[in-house]
Design a protein around this ligand. Sequence first.
Ligand code: PRT
Ligand code: ZN
Length: 287
Amino acid sequence: MDGSTIRLAIQSKGRLNEDSLKLLKDAGIDVDDAKRKFLGRAADFPLEVLYLRDDDIPGVVEDGAADIGIVGFNEVAETGANVEVLRKLGFGKCRISLAVPKSVDYPGLEWFHGKSVATSYPSVLKGFLSRKGIDTEIRVIKGSVEIAPAAGIADAIFDIVSSGGTLVSNGLREVEVVLESEAVLIVRKDLPAEKRSLLDSILFRFDAVGESRGKKYILMNIPDERLSEVFGLLPAMRSPTVMPLAAKGWSSVHSVISEKSLWKTVEQLKSIGAEGILILNVDKVID
Ligand code: PRT
Ligand code: ZN
């Protein structure tokens, strides 16, 4: 690895692998999905990809064996690695929560006094309990934490929750959310200066991809006398683009809108006379 190449660690398989590769692809950095490989190289960007287990990524970035990494924030928190979190990446969203058997009449955190909790995240849990002044025994289990209460291994669990389905199917109830997590981009603390411009270029591209997420491009035709009402409905990046149509008294309006408000806005636009509404995907947004 030399100064003209930057090395990125991503998960080799598992929940974050696909989205990490997609983010790179959307950013114009094509790496092969080398499931059997340990080290890959991008075809069109000076980037090497190190494929690792997620647990190993924060430490490898801390040591400088990789310059940057994509990993769940929960792993950064658990390892306590001395790395900088540069960006939240918007995928792999989950939380680490305390959950108890659903038969428990849960009064609040004091319930955990003198109880035992099974988890694969002892460090995050220990920090939380000591901040709250709760004395609980932590039992470290690497997999299938959710079966611990039914198996008599612990009174409760501390584990990753996403939809909550796994808890429900194991007769458990989430009672305290301790850490919110999503995939993050991390960088080693002592990134060599000559790699800084490569990192900046990656950040610029990731930001453009991130900005475009949840956005749609909308075009419509509108009678000129309704234009001011359209402007009220469309908070575009600067302001909507307006072009006269060949048909007198009509204009074409183009804008970018949030996917969340898409259907509501479309209904309002129709009600003030918009016609020929087109909605397109936004690929990148460069501010
Ligand atoms: O092999 P490797 O060590 O790399 O992978 P892994 O098995 O340790 O991790 P993996 O691939 O399962 O998850 C990687 C990362 O994805 C985690 O560190 C989180 O940051 C993130 N993530 C997002 C999740 C989930 N959602 C998730 N739902 N990680 C795990 N789960 C599990 C959870 O442990 C529980 O068993 O899914 C179950 C709960 O899901 P729900 O939807 O039923 O609540
Ligand atoms: Zn793991």
